[in-house]
Design a protein around this ligand. Structure first.
Ligand code: ADP
Ligand code: MG
Length: 260
């Protein structure tokens, strides 16, 4: 594999024959996909299709059983998770380690401090950490939470908490962002806010999005990859995929009522 990071021709993310077995189950089976730098792609498929597992294999949370993963041409198949983050791969995690009694801004400043080289002191007020604070404020603005910066985390709505999850992923200034069902469990209004926040992200960030809501998918991506039973099933524009009778069939076959 040749090419230099960001030269436009080298894919941002490449999976080649990526496979993951859990005992006798092949959760992800020989999946190959290639995302151009700056591309916004959705991965859809019925429950259990292997979408989240594929994300874990790309982010390094879990090792592949077989296959290769590349990031901007660099083989990262066996690269540890934290190193992939340093190389520009960002993903959202469920919030488990926020400080519920601190403000949104203070939480993000603490998270930014954890990423940078500035030494943290319990005796030093958080607002005096200028670089982490600037980064936290910039990120809050990006996800549309700037006006909630002083809100106490435990009082936030579910939608706002999901926006913080995305803010935490953006703090690492990723070049590739993996979003696993960012609108899951959100009200229509919250979902619209989240969609707008994703649309507003820097166009140079490559986005891979797992999403069930086809309206959200249509608003964000230009291409969709469909997985079914761990395998690549179809790929195309949102319109093509929505009209594909085979795609409709796997959803109905899985007992779901809408195509995506
Ligand atoms: N850690 C695991 N151990 C065993 N089986 C798993 C594990 N993670 C996922 N699976 C199984 O792999 C399949 C794909 O799961 P997943 O990737 O979560 O699907 P999706 O995100 O498309 O709903 C499912 O059958 C699931 O039960
Ligand atoms: Mg999933």
């Amino acid at each position: 594999m040749t090419g230099h990071a960001g030269d436009g021709a080298t894919p941002a993310v490449e999976c080649e024959g990526v496979t993951r077995r859990f005992g006798g189950l092949e959760a992800v089976s020989q999946v190959s996909l290639s995302l151009a730098a700056g591309e916004r792609r959705a991965i859809i498929g019925p429950n259990g299709a292997g979408k989240t597992t594929l994300f874990r294999l790309i982010s390094g949370e879990m090792p592949v059983t077989a296959g290769r993963v590349r990031l901007f041409g660099r083989d990262i198949t066996t690269t540890p998770c934290h190193r992939r983050t340093q190389l520009g791969l960002g993903r959202t995690f469920q919030i488990t380690n926020l400080f519920p009694t601190l403000s949104v801004l203070d939480n993000l400043v603490l998270a930014a401090l954890g990423l940078g080289r500035t030494k943290f002191s319990m005796l030093r007020p958080l607002w005096t950490y200028r670089e982490p604070r600037a980064r936290a404020l910039e990120t809050l603005d990006t996800v549309g939470l700037a006006d909630r910066r002083d809100g106490i985390v435990r009082t936030l709505s579910h939608g706002e908490q999901r926006q913080i999850e995305m803010a935490l992923a953006l703090l690492t200034r990723p070049r590739v962002l993996l979003l696993d069902e960012p609108t899951a469990g959100l009200s229509p209004a919250e979902s619209a806010l989240m969609t707008r926040a994703i649309q507003r992200l820097d166009r140079t960030i490559t986005i891979l999005l797992i999403e069930h809501d086809m309206d959200v998918v249509f608003d964000i991506v230009s291409r969709i990859t469909v997985l079914h039973l761990g395998r690549f099933f179809a790929e195309g524009s949102p319109a093509e995929v929505r009209q594909d009778p085979r795609v409709q069939e796997i959803y109905f076959g899985a007992g779901e009522v809408t195509p995506c």
